[in-house]
Design a protein around this ligand. Structure first.
Ligand code: PMP
Length: 358
C-alpha cells in the first residue's frame, strides 16, 4: 500500500512518474533494456538528457545565457565546487547563515576562500531570516551565498537578497516549488531528492560569465567549464537519476507548470499552518513571515508525545513525520509530489490525535 510520505529527502515522488518508470523498466523505448542499461552516449539517451534539460529550462524560464548542468556529488559537492569556481583564494565570499545547511556551506567554503558571514540567525535559534535592509554585503565580494529554504529549520526567505556580487542560492528544498526569476541569480543549485527525482543527481543553473574561472587545480568534475563543454557528460552521468528527473519535469508540465504547482503548494502550506496555529496544541517554531512552504516543523506541548504522534501517524499511513535528529519535534515535508489529500489526511490525523491526547 502507498503511504503519504512526509520525508524531507529522499522524498515522495509523483505516483504517475513511478508508474511510468515501472511500466518501462524492462524495456525502455523498445530497446529491450532498462534505461539504466543503456549507454549514456547512445542517441536515445542523449535525446532523453536534452529533453530533460529543455523541459527544465521551459518550466523555470531559464534565460539563454545560463547553462544547466546535471552533476553528481549532491548539494554538498557544490558547497566546495562553488568557491573553487567563483572565488580566488584571497577573495571574500559573503554568506548568510539561516540554519543547518547554510552552516555546512560556510564550513566548506572556508577551506577555499575568505568567508564573511554577513547575517547570522543562530541567536534566534534559526527561527527567522534577516531583514532585507539589514544585509550589508562586502564590497568586491566574489559572490553572496544563501539558502532560500532551510530544510531542517523550515525557514524560508520571503524575498531575494540584493548584492552587487553574483547571488548563489542553495535551492535544494525549494526549486520548482513556484515560479522564480532566474535572472536575479548568478548560480542556483539543488540536490534532486526533494522536488526533482532520486538522490545522486544535483542540478546547477549557472550564468555564462561565471563559467571558466575555476582556480588552478580544480578537478574537472567540479569545474563548470569542463562539465559544460561536455554537456555534463565528462564522465558517466547518473543516468537513472536524469531519466527520473525528466519524467518529473514532464509531469510538472502536465500539471500546468510552476504557476499551478505554486498555487497548489501555497494552499497546502496555508492549510497546514492554519491547522497548527488554530489548534491551541500544536505550535510552529518559525516566525510567520518566513515559514517554509515545503518543510513544516511543529511541536506538541509535551515532548513525550512526539514518539507517540509519529508512530500512530505511521500506522495511519502518514510516515516520516519525525523532526530532524538535531532539532526534534515533528516535520512534515510537503514537496510538489505530496497531494493536497495527503495534507488533508495529516490535518485530520492531527485533530484526532489532539482529541485523544490534548
Ligand atoms: N542543502 C539543503 C538545503 C539540503 O536540504 C540538503 C539535503 N537535505 C543539502 C544541501 C545536502 O544535499 P546532499 O545530501 O544532496 O549533498
Amino acid at each position: 500500500m502507498r503511504v503519504f510520505n512526509f520525508a524531507a529527502g529522499p522524498a515522495t515522488l509523483p505516483l504517475e512518474v513511478l508508474e511510468q518508470a515501472k511500466a518501462e523498466l524492462l524495456d525502455w523505448q523498445g530497446s529491450g533494456m532498462s534505461v539504466m542499461e543503456v549507454s549514456h552516449r547512445s542517441k536515445p539517451f542523449v535525446a532523453l538528457a536534452e529533453r530533460a534539460e529543455s523541459d527544465l529550462r521551459e518550466l523555470m524560464s531559464v534565460p539563454a545565457n545560463y547553462k544547466v548542468l546535471f552533476l553528481q556529488g549532491g548539494a554538498t559537492g557544490q558547497f566546495t565546487a562553488i568557491p573553487q569556481n567563483l572565488a580566488a583564494a584571497d577573495s571574500v565570499a559573503d554568506y548568510i547563515n539561516t540554519g543547518a545547511w547554510s552552516k555546512k556551506a560556510i564550513v566548506e567554503a572556508k577551506r577555499f576562500c575568505k568567508v564573511n558571514v554577513i547575517a547570522d540567525e543562530a541567536a534566534s535559534n534559526y527561527s527567522t531570516v534577516p531583514s532585507a535592509t539589514s544585509l550589508k554585503t562586502t564590497a568586491g565580494a566574489a559572490y553572496l551565498h544563501y539558502t532560500p529554504n532551510e530544510t531542517i529549520g523550515g525557514v524560508e526567505f520571503p524575498y531575494i537578497p540584493q548584492s552587487d556580487a553574483p547571488l548563489v542560492a542553495d535551492m535544494s528544498s525549494t526549486i520548482l516549488s513556484r515560479p522564480i526569476d532566474v535572472s536575479r541569480f548568478g548560480l542556483i543549485y539543488a540536490g534532486a531528492q526533494k522536488n526533482i527525482g532520486p538522490s545522486g543527481l544535483v542540478v546547477v543553473i549557472v550564468r555564462d560569465d561565471l563559467i571558466g574561472k575555476a582556480r588552478a587545480g580544480t578537478p574537472p568534475i567540479w569545474d563548470y567549464a569542463a562539465m559544460a563543454k561536455e554537456n555534463s557528460m565528462l564522465n558517466t552521468p547518473p543516468t537513472f537519476g536524469i531519466y527520473m528527473a525528466g519524467l518529473v519535469f514532464a509531469w510538472l508540465k502536465r500539471q500546468g507548470g510552476l504557476e499551478v504547482i505554486g498555487e497548489r503548494n501555497r494552499i497546502k502550506a496555508n492549510k497546514l499552518y492554519a491547522a497548527i496555529d488554530g489548534s491551541g496544541f500544536y505550535r510552529s517554531p518559525v516566525a510567520r513571515e518566513c515559514r517554509s512552504w515545503m518543510n513544516v516543523p511543529f511541536t506538541v506541548p509535551n515532548p513525550d508525545l512526539e514518539k507517540v504522534f509519529c508512530s500512530e501517524a505511521a500506522k495511519a499511513g502518514l510516515t516520516n513525520l519525525e523532526g530532524h535528529r538535531s532539532v526534534g519535534g515533528m516535520r512534515a515535508s510537503i514537496y510538489n509530489a505530496m497531494p493536497i489529500e495527503g495534507v488533508d489526511a495529516l490535518i485530520a490525523f492531527m485533530g484526532e490525535f489532539q482529541r485523544r491526547h490534548g
